[in-house]
Design a protein around this ligand. Structure first.
Ligand code: ATP
Ligand code: MG
Length: 456
């Protein structure tokens, strides 16, 4: 397919000449005589490249360039200029123009510049695709309404500089979301720097975040960059932000407000440009009530709140995730991927998963390693201790935080016990506990309990 180009110039003579040269070389060419028309055309049918005159009536070329780049950062734009002034060239390059052609344009020069720009854009696209491929962990897998919405939010929020606060239970995928925000942002080629606020000892967190000058304290034998420096122009991920002391919170707040800070033991303030993404499994509103979290910091980081729901509230994602993790493991080990049988998947979907996606992932990987054949079936699930379900004791059940989970566990234990009493006969069991037989059969399979032979 020929590349499609848009040429924008208010001089009909130039417009005709440039598009003629390009058409002769087999390019598909559209034209516009002013900026507004150009922007409209690009919005309707994005070309592969834009040739843009600087001196246009109405919106000038630089303004148009700025708008084009804001809407489609990857679109290559080549400027056409009568003056070739250094000043304009510098401005346009800053705004993201790929190159310059001087008027009157010469055919060889136009073709060379256009081909280079298209090649560069193709390489950049290929690069981006490869990056996404080689970073499969960035993919937020799931088909539940909640995950769809989350993906949509990530897509919308990622290109902005807004601070994001991600909340969710342990193992729900908060870090995955944070990395996706970075990967889909214009900062993606700059560092993503992670700080685990809970893991750093209180007296070291300042030097960790802000760095220190040589000799700032005992043990500071050389100057060291802090995470804020390292994240310059990139993303700073403040993980477990609910576990930061009030003192550190005050410092962070100040930096976020001023975007500058000082090294420990250092004088000159350092200016930084960081986008902050924070995550916590705590309820910060409660922490504020308790006086352990600053309300002003909360409002500063919580510009965009993103919630990752627990896995038990989106069970339809479980089969998809389980399959995804099998493939991921296979890819890592360069082996063929195993698959789950339907009953095995159903059983997985019914487990409580208090450790959320991380627990599921570990369990799936364990199964993949321990199951000898290519298919993982229901009985294989018992090869490995099931996550927290065997505990049949009442005390444990009574202390579960959530009704649905408690009921699910009780049901399973109840059915297991009675199935044994009935020596595996589903018909007997159905009669004994007063449930319809086929319904009971499906339920047992779903829970990973083995119905007796008569049924198969
Ligand atoms: N929707 C998802 N799709 C694919 N992988 C996922 C998904 N959610 C989580 N994972 C994977 O599960 C694991 C745990 O996720 P992650 O580390 O992001 O959770 P977390 O919420 O940060 O956990 P914690 O609170 O314990 O720090 C990771 O390996 C992650 O890649
Ligand atoms: Mg995490």
């Amino acid at each position: 397919m020929p590349a499609t180009l848009l040429v924008v110039d208010d001089e009909p003579r130039i417009l005709q000449m440039v598009s003629g040269i390009l058409q002769d070389e087999g390019f598909e060419v559209a034209t516009a005589a002013d900026g507004e028309t150009a922007l409209k055309l690009v919005a309707e049918e994005p070309p592969d490249l834009v040739l843009l005159d600087i001196a246009l009536p109405g919106k000038d070329g630089l303004e148009v360039l700025q708008e084009l780049k804001a809407r489609s950062p990857a679109l290559p734009v080549v400027m056409i200029s009568a003056y070739g002034s250094v000043e304009n060239a510098v401005k346009a390059t800053r705004l993201g123009a790929y190159d310059f052609i001087e008027k009157p344009p010469n055919a060889d020069n136009i073709l060379l510049t256009v081909r280079n720009a298209l090649e560069m854009s193709r390489l950049a696209e290929e690069n981006r695709r490869l990056r996404l491929q080689t970073a499969p962990a960035r993919e937020i897998v799931g088909k539940s309404e909640a995950i769809r919405r989350l993906r949509e939010q990530v897509r919308m929020v990622a290109p902005t500089n807004a601070s994001v606060l991600i909340t969710g239970e342990n193992g729900t995928g908060k870090e995955l979301v944070a990395r996706a925000l970075h990967a889909f942002s214009p900062r993606s080629h700059k560092p993503f720097v992670e700080v685990n606020c809970a893991a750093i000892p209180e007296d070291l967190i300042e030097s960790e975040l802000f760095g220190h000058e040589k000799g700032a304290f005992t043990g500071a034998t050389s100057r060291r960059q802090g995470k804020f420096d390292l994240a310059h122009e990139g993303t700073l991920f403040l993980d477990e932000i609910g576990d930061m002391s009030l003192k550190t919170q005050a410092k962070i707040l100040r930096i976020l407000e001023e975007q500058r800070f000082e090294r420990v033991g250092g004088g000159r303030p350092i200016q930084v440009d960081v986008r902050v993404v924070a995550a916590t499994n705590k309820n910060l509103a409660e922490e504020i009530q308790r006086g352990t979290f600053r309300e002003d910091l909360y409002h500063r980081i919580n510009v965009i709140p993103l919630q990752v729901p627990p896995l038990r509230e989106r069970r339809e994602d479980i089969p998809l995730l389980a399959g995804h993790f099998l493939k991921e493991l296979a890819r890592e080990n360069d082996t063929p991927s195993k698959t789950f049988t339907l009953p095995a998947l159903e059983a997985l979907a019914n487990l409580p998963w208090t450790g959320n996606v991380r627990e599921l992932k570990n369990f799936v990987w364990r199964l993949a390693i321990l199951t000898p054949g290519p298919r993982i079936d229901l009985p294989d699930l018992h090869l490995t201790p099931q996550p927290e379900t065997e505990a049949g004791d009442l005390d444990h059940l009574l202390n579960l935080p959530n009704f649905r989970e408690a009921r699910a566990r009780f049901e399973k234990e109840f059915l297991r016990h009675n199935l044994e009493e009935c020596q595996g006969s589903v018909s007997l069991l159905a009669e004994r506990i007063g449930l319809e037989r086929s319904h009971l059969y499906r339920k047992l399979k779903g829970l990973g309990l083995e119905p007796g032979k008569e049924e198969n």
